[in-house]
Write a protein that binds this ligand. Structure first.
Ligand SMILES: Nc1ncnc2c1ncn2[C@@H]1O[C@H](COP(=O)(O)OP(=O)(O)OP(=O)(O)O)[C@@H](O)[C@H]1O
Ligand SMILES: [Mg+2]
Length: 253
């Protein structure tokens, strides 16, 4: 069983300085996830879930405390080094999709690996879009896709760089129940096949239950943590390291 940490969050706090004075939205958050773990982050609106994900993914910096992502202490990295780490190690699925409107589905998925200068990006993007059931929508622009289809493009984009860890912030928040279920199933299937660690923010209890660990926030603090799982998946599918997917991408490390 893997015991290597992928994400180690130590005493993290976040305070925003607003016109009305300082506002502390995360207080002394600590937890550690090992490689290949799935974790749901739940809690009421405003409890700090999105803020926490942003800090863990290196999109934002904590006011105090330390985030160690795949052995890199984020606080010590320059903006450029952080951007490189995000490109090679991190996938992020935003609640609002955040696809580039002037690019097709295929081009949107290719963007992260094109940035690495990998010429096999196109074949990989086609492969992934087929896996998420959009093989016949490659040339469609976001505006020509339904919400569920856009979210699946966003999932394919998050997975194309074969990230070590995937953050999904309410990926079903804008979807109907049936499409939401399909997106969650895809997320867990891709996680299983690639062995990717997964952190999922959700308001849906049933989706949260599918994760091996549940962390509950309230008022910026962890009020419940089911703790590290006893067992977790290793990744056995074609997208796993050493799997059968053709020509694995070589991230520029
Ligand atoms: N840039 C900012 N400046 C000031 N306050 C902020 C900023 N970003 C977030 N907040 C505040 O931090 C708190 C936590 O916000 P956050 O978006 O993390 O909550 P959340 O748990 O994701 O909520 P939801 O379930 O509604 O998405 C909120 O009270 C919010 O108003
Ligand atoms: Mg949020």
């Amino acid at each position: 069983m893997q015991t290597t940490p992928i994400l180690d969050v130590q005493h993290v706090s976040k305070t925003y300085h607003t016109g009305a004075g300082p506002l502390t939205v995360l207080k002394d958050i600590s937890f550690c996830l090992t490689v290949g773990t799935t974790c749901a982050v739940v809690g009421p609106s405003g409890s700090g879930k999105t803020t926490l994900l942003g800090l863990c993914a290196g999109l934002d910096r904590p006011s105090s405390g330390t985030v160690i992502l795949h052995g890199h202490t984020l606080n010590l990295l320059s903006e450029d080094a952080l951007a490189t780490l995000r490109n090679t190690d991190v996938g992020f699925v935003f609640q609002t999709f955040q696809l580039i409107p002037t690019l097709t589905a295929l081009e949107n998925v290719m963007v992260p690996v094109e940035l690495r200068g990998d010429r096999r990006a196109r074949a990989y993007a086609v492969d992934l879009l087929q896996q998420v059931g959009l093989g016949d929508r490659l040339q469609h622009y976001p505006v020509q896709l339904s919400g569920g289809e856009q979210q699946r493009v966003a999932l394919a984009r998050a997975f194309i760089g074969q990230p070590r860890i995937l953050f999904a912030d309410e990926p079903t928040g804008n979807l109907d129940a049936e499409t939401g279920e399909m997106v969650i199933k895809l997320l867990f299937t891709l996680h299983q096949e690639a062995g990717t660690s997964l952190i999922l923010v959700t308001h849906d209890f049933e989706f949260a239950q599918q994760a091996q660990r549940i962390i509950r926030l309230r008022g910026g603090m962890i009020v419940e943590d089911s703790g590290p799982p006893q067992r977790h998946s290793q990744g056995t599918g074609p997208w796993a390291p050493g799997g059968t997917a053709s020509e694995p991408l070589q991230p520029a490390r």
